[in-house]
Design a protein around this ligand. Structure first.
Ligand SMILES: Nc1ncnc2c1ncn2[C@@H]1O[C@H](COP(=O)(O)OP(=O)(O)OP(=O)(O)O)[C@@H](O)[C@H]1O
Length: 258
């Protein structure tokens, strides 16, 4: 529980620098980013192509390591963990949704959803079973539980991935372009589910997206440009996000022509 107006931070990075390559091929994908992702909120990360969005998400989620600076999940600094502890942290405290749904083809929908808990050997107590049942209803897959992923549409597969991401009630769910492979209607459904998980169930979501309409589902948008955090927009609308992105495009074309 939070007290007063204090907002708990689910994840954050401090002075985050990520350098790929060296010498002539060096790329500073993150160039001193500090950002916090509040618990119980839906945050979208936006910015021009190559601005460092995926790198930020991967480093914040412990899928990649920073060159310098620090990344935290709750109070745990990821850089202090050895590989085994990092793997456990990702399994137990973080959920993931990727553009390519990444379901296990040989498992049923039900088995895919409970996979993180089965891997962790979590005993299915009553509370956990109720939460899974709630999730299955939220994502609308009750009549598909015994199907395999290949028997589902792309939108249905991503709904399974969303349920799986929330199954173990992780502290934060990171989503990297979760609607990138979906038609707009299925994409809207998946975004609606992420939004409901946050607003009705108090979950935390951090999502990278190119799409202003997708970003408008978030409580706040953080904007990256050239590996730096350049703006934050609470209560975004698709129009305002689009206008903000156009300002980047205008600046980029000015730089190219000068
Ligand atoms: N593994 C890598 N090796 C070398 N350079 C990389 C690597 N991953 C990313 N980069 C570079 O780091 C910069 C940031 O990449 P990143 O993928 O984080 O940007 P992005 O904003 O997510 O881009 P997009 O919107 O196009 O997916 C880019 O210049 C990219 O080319």
């Amino acid at each position: 529980m939070t007290t007063g107006t204090a907002v708990r931070t689910a994840a954050r990075v401090v002075d985050a620098v990520k350098v790929y390559g060296s010498g002539d091929t060096e790329v500073r994908a993150l160039d001193g980013v500090g950002v916090d992702f509040p618990a119980g909120r839906f945050t979208a990360i936006m910015g021009p192509s190559g601005s460092g969005k995926s790198t930020l998400l991967h480093c914040a989620a412990g899928l990649d390591s920073l060159s310098s600076g620090a990344a935290f999940i709750g109070g745990t600094e990821l850089g202090t963990l050895d590989d085994r502890r990092l793997t456990l942290l990702r399994r137990d405290r973080i959920g993931f949704v990727f553009q390519a749904f990444n379901l296990v083809p040989t498992l049923t929908v039900a088995e895919n959803i409970t996979l993180p808990m089965d891997l962790a050997g979590t005993r299915a107590d009553r509370e956990a079973a109720e939460w899974i049942a709630t999730l299955v209803d939220i994502v609308g897959l009750r009549d598909r539980l015994h199907h395999r992923p290949a028997e589902l549409s792309g939108g249905q597969q991503q709904r399974v991935a969303v349920a799986r991401a929330f199954a173990s009630r992780p502290e934060v769910v990171f989503a990297d372009e979760p609607t990138g492979n979906l038609d707009s209607r299925s994409g809207e459904e998946v975004l609606g589910l992420l939004g409901r998980a946050v607003r009705e169930r108090g979950r935390t979501v951090v999502m990278v997206t190119h799409d202003p309409v997708a970003a408008a589902h978030a409580d706040e948008v953080v904007f990256l440009a050239d590996g730096r955090l350049v703006d934050r927009m609470p209560a975004p609308s698709a129009e305002r996000v689009l206008d903000r992105l156009k300002a980047f495009d205008a600046r980029a074309s000015k730089e190219v022509s000068s």
